[in-house]
Design a protein around this ligand. Structure first.
Ligand SMILES: Nc1nc2c(ncn2[C@@H]2O[C@H](COP(=O)(O)OP(=O)(O)OP(=O)(O)O)[C@@H](O)[C@H]2O)c(=O)[nH]1
Length: 430
């Protein structure tokens, strides 16, 4: 038997490589997504920190400035509305304080306007004592200044709010981006999982199921399993191995049959051997007895075989035994059995034959044998005769039937050989 060789075809992908590549591609894509999301998170963190550390103090500064400008405007108003010079002086004092407040001074526009306001009000207060009319007339001028102060208060407030809005917009933008990227990452994961499961199902699970089915139904009685071409080398190798396994099963079966035949055959004549004949005959007898069918057994022996051996040699004796076997195969029916029982002795089984029917067959065979020329190795022709005993086997075990046939054979020898003798039903020989 040829040894099993598993040679993988090289056309295909190795499952390990394919899934490794897929996994690496996934890790790369997912890693990039996570890195991008992490960058956005970083932006959010930075913007939040900036909001806390820079923007909020800045907003507070703007609010303080707005409050001071508003107070400057209100105190200026009090300068005009004050009923007494003391009250006016007090308001003026507050105006001077507010105009020189650091929050005002560090804002150029506010500092300019505050200085202008302070100077204007100082002039107004200075002239108010002497010229009440001019004091009243300067109120229009003050209204314009107060209006500018009001506008600056609004501007400063809006600037503070704008600072916070810029940072918050930045945070919101980064978070929105992070959300999109996270969604994209989840989509990539889902897509990968779907593709991965689809590939695993198509290229591993289904082929493995087919392999499982093929292995569980692998038998010499069935044709070799056929597989759909697989893209995976590992699967191809297993499928080829199953094909080779099936081929070796067939070879083993053929070898087993050949061995069985050899074990059942006689080496010299090719007839059934005694062991196999007894098994076969036993089965036949059981069948015949179960269905009450006739069956007959016979024991035959070549006459004066020792003399033939002594005269022509052992090789001639062997040639005669082979020729006798050929003749038996030729003369008997398909359904009859003959075996070399031992030496020059042969056993017969005639299924579906009564003793009388078997006798007719045996007689024809005996007569043919008697005038059958057998060529021995030295080229000469010889003839042999045979004696046979027949016994009914339809109602007794094979051993009993053969013993009775052997007794009948013994009688045939005693009565002069070259004849058929029947054992009657009681076991006595006719
Ligand atoms: N050539 C050959 N001879 C064998 C073989 N087996 C047995 N014999 C011979 O067959 C002969 C049997 O002789 P016997 O038992 O005396 O019987 P016979 O000479 O046939 O005499 P009867 O049976 O009384 O007619 C012996 O000489 C055995 O050696 C064999 O395989 N080949």
């Amino acid at each position: 038997m040829a040894p099993l060789t598993f040679i993988p075809r090289l056309s295909g992908l190795r499952a390990g490589h394919a899934f490794g590549f897929l996994g690496a591609a996934f890790i790369l894509a997912f890693g990039i997504m996570v890195a991008l999301v992490a960058l956005d998170q970083q932006r959010v963190l930075e913007a939040t920190a900036r909001l806390q550390e820079q923007t909020v103090p800045e907003i507070i500064r703007y609010q303080r400035l707005a409050r001071n400008l508003e107070q400057l405007r209100q105190e200026g108003e009090r300068v005009f509305s004050a009923g007494t010079p003391q009250a006016r002086q007090q308001a003026m004092f507050v105006v001077t304080l507010v105009a020189s407040h650091p929050s005002v001074l560090e804002h150029k526009e506010a500092a300019d306007l505050a200085r202008q306001t302070e100077r204007f009000l100082i002039d107004v207060v200075r002239h108010s004592a002497r010229d009440a009319q001019a004091f009243a007339a300067s109120y229009d001028e003050w209204q314009r200044l107060a209006g500018r102060l009001g506008i600056l208060v609004d501007d400063v407030s809006i600037q503070g709010i704008n600072l916070a809005t810029a940072d918050l917009t930045d945070v919101a933008g980064a978070m929105r981006l992070a959300r999109y990227k996270l969604t994209a990452a989840l989509l990539v994961v889902s897509l990968f999982l779907v593709v991965f499961l689809f590939l695993v199902r198509g290229h591993l699970i289904h082929p493995l199921q087919r392999i499982d089915r093929a292995l569980s139904s692998l038998s010499v009685d069935r044709p070799a399993p056929e597989f759909r071409p697989s893209a995976m080398v590992e699967i191809q190798v297993v499928e080829e191995a199953i094909g080779e396994l099936h081929a070796s099963l067939l070879e083993n079966e053929v070898a087993r049959h050949a061995l069985e035949k050899l074990a059942n055959k006689d080496g010299l004549t090719g007839l059934m051997n005694r062991r196999h004949f007894l098994q076969t005959a036993d089965t036949e007898l059981q069948r015949a007895q179960r269905y009450q069918r006739p069956v007959t057994v016979g024991m035959a022996d070549l006459d004066f075989f020792k003399k033939l051996n002594d005269t022509y040699g052992h090789a001639a004796g062997d040639a005669v035994l082979r020729a006798f076997a050929e003749l038996a195969n030729e003369m008997l029916r398909q359904s009859d059995f003959v075996c070399r029982y031992g030496g020059e002795e042969f056993a017969f089984l005639f299924p579906e034959s009564t003793l009388v029917e078997a006798e007719k067959l045996a007689e024809r065979f005996r007569a043919r044998c008697a005038d059958y020329d057998i060529r021995i190795p030295d080229g000469r022709l010889v003839r042999v005769t045979l004696s046979m005993g027949l016994a009914d086997a339809s109602a007794c075990p094979i051993e009993v039937a053969l013993r009775r046939a052997d007794e009948a054979l013994y009688m045939a020898k005693r009565q002069g050989r070259n004849r058929i003798v029947l054992a009657d039903a009681s076991g006595t020989v006719a």
